[in-house]
Design a protein around this ligand. Sequence first.
Ligand code: NAP
Length: 247
Amino acid sequence: MNALQGKVAVITGGSSGIGLATAKRFVEEGADVFITGRRKDELDKAVVEVGKNITAIQADVSDLADLDRLFETVAKNKGRIDILFANAGLLEPMLTQVATPEHFDRTFGTNVRGVFFTVEKALRLIRDGGSIILTCSSTWQKGIPGYATYSGTKAALRSFVRTWTAEYASKGIRANVISPGPIETPGLQELFGENAESAKQQFKTRIPMRRLGRPEDIAAAAVFLASEESSFITGIDLPVDGGTVAV
Ligand code: NAP
């Protein structure tokens, strides 16, 4: 349980679901973790739940001033970042024919612009040998009605890590995406509302392992990509989806 001993990690969207499970694992593995989110009450709850070696910073990834404040705080307190997990994301399913410019800008503003500038602003602090991990989605490889903008944003992330590999691998900085399939998180629950149970049953029929993922499944993959165990792996997409995109 010391794969990340002494490392400094930043996790955007760390107060719920995948980000929170990853914050817990990173701390268990010895890291000092900064988490972000927009809702202060959720951040406060997360800090209590993780219990130690965690700092919460209220920040919206689609707001560049918030990102500046986040990294200024990390710089002041730790002076460096070893692991950046750009995980915050937005899904608003909408058929193309009814999609609005506002919907498009919100989705790309959080999932693409937000992630790009999270990394752009973090880079001055990421030490040689650091690890950048982005939460993508198995949907980037699929055609799903209503997912044009969301899957498009996640395809952009898959592309970003190829470029960042070319730009930073010589410094030993690695950049990879994790592509979750359906994961049982508060975000997924909220998306489907009262139809959540039937949606989960439908997902199960399409997942070779016949279950949804747990946030801990993604946290385990993030620990691997953050640690020395993956030291020669960069530029990849790691699907964590019970076999969905493989078949
Ligand atoms: P979740 O349970 O709703 O958690 C989302 C987290 O991100 C919360 O901490 C939320 O806090 C934060 N967040 C949302 N928008 C933000 C913003 N603009 N700035 C900063 N923080 C923000 O969702 P999740 O299911 O764990 O999803 C996390 C990531 O996994 C997303 O990128 C999503 O696209 C991806 N993903 C999820 C699934 C799935 O099935 N669950 C599958 C594939 C990919 P606040 O709301 O307080 O800001």
